[in-house]
Design a protein around this ligand. Structure first.
Ligand code: MRU
Length: 346
């Protein structure tokens, strides 16, 4: 790919600043874990798998910053680093999945000296990043089978290379279908209030020469009604045990529209996004972000000063609206509870 989302470089984490796209392609250099946590909160890096990778690399960075005389002191401070990472964004379960992996790695190496523990943590973070890319490619390969030739695919938000260590989940399916020689067109919802569709999905698809048409969020029903959409493919931030899926705010509306028009609605996500501890969607924590994201665009007010605002960043699409969940281990359809649980047994 002609860009990267996140990478380790000597003693630092490099991240493409997604708040500045598409106007500027700027890579920020982070040399302390606190600034990585702030970058996650501030949407410099976003998208469930990318947030997990950023947290893992941030923890590896944090482990190098710790000054400790004893293992107890090191582990106490590492716990604090993990807590700060965990407090950044509550919905994407990949964040907590990655933090758990890092903690387990540290404990497994606890008989080693501190330098060895730090090395083990960096190795694990790099492994999480490398595997995420491979997982996205497997999701793409599995999902491409569901996409007919000459399909026009509607997607919401950005579940692409920018939301992962590379390649993407929903956009991974689109990339794989296109690479398989299918004539694919994409409709990208703009995705208010952060405009991930307008700013990011269009940017990365245009770089890959995959035809993309930008529409405002309230236009999806119009194009579905005219028979112009073949299927929808979206990503996920957390999938409950019964298949209920949290994804970017507005996904639920798209899913209902798709059902009304008899259009397949696919969710593409890695196993690290599936949270079997959440029985159903009502148990998924939903992040609410600051009001200015709704009242302002690029610093310009678009609403009267002092207006009441709600700004949930995600919604939950009930499983009954989802045609299939595409993972790296295969496609789950029908009985989601049984199918999702089986993925973790095989
Ligand atoms: O608020 P964001 O931009 O982090 O939300 C991202 C999404 O909702 C994505 O669709 C989801 O994380 C899947 S990314 C492969």
């Amino acid at each position: 790919m002609s860009f990267y989302t996140i990478k380790w470089d000597e003693d630092a984490v490099l991240m493409l600043d997604q708040t500045r796209l598409p106007a500027e392609e700027v890579y920020n250099r982070y040399t302390d874990f606190n600034s990585v946590a702030k970058a996650i909160q501030g949407m410099v890096v976003r998208g469930a798998p990318a947030i997990g990778v950023a947290a893992a690399l941030g923890i590896a960075l944090g482990a190098r910053e710790i000054i400790a005389d004893t293992p107890e002191s090191f582990f106490r401070q590492l716990e604090n680093v993990c807590q700060i990472m965990g407090n950044t964004r509550p919905t994407a379960v990949n964040l907590f999945w990655a933090i758990e992996k890092m903690k387990k790695t540290a404990f497994a190496a606890s008989n080693e000296n501190l330098e060895q523990i730090r090395k083990a943590l960096l190795a694990k973070a790099l492994e999480i990043a490398r595997e995420d890319m491979e997982i996205c490619q497997a999701i793409g390969k599995n999902g491409a089978k569901l996409i007919p030739d000459s399909a026009t695919i509607l997607t919401h938000c950005n579940a692409g290379a920018l939301a992962t260590a590379g390649y993407g989940t929903a956009l991974g399916v689109i990339r794989a279908a296109s690479a398989a020689g299918k004539d694919i067109k994409v409709f990208a919802d703009e995705t208010r209030p952060w405009l991930q569709g307008a700013r990011l999905t269009t940017w990365e698809l245009m770089k890959d020469n995959i035809p993309v048409t930008l529409i405002a969020d309230n236009m999806a029903g119009f194009f579905m009604g005219r028979g112009e959409i073949t299927c929808c493919v979206v990503g996920a931030d957390r999938i409950a045990a019964n298949g209920d899926t949290a994804n970017k705010i507005g996904t639920y509306t798209v899913a209902i529209l798709a059902k009304e028009h008899g259009i397949p609605f696919y969710v593409a996500a890695p196993l690290s996004t599936i949270d079997l501890d959440c029985k159903n969607g009502s148990e998924i924590p939903i992040e609410e972000r600051t009001a200015t994201e709704v009242t302002h665009i690029r610093g310009l007010p678009i609403a009267p000063d002092g207006v009441a605002v709600r700004n949930p960043a995600f919604d939950v699409t009930p499983a009954r609206y989802i045609t299939a969940i595409i993972t790296e281990k295969g496609i789950v359809q029908g009985d989601f509870a049984a199918g999702l649980a089986a993925l973790f047994r095989n």
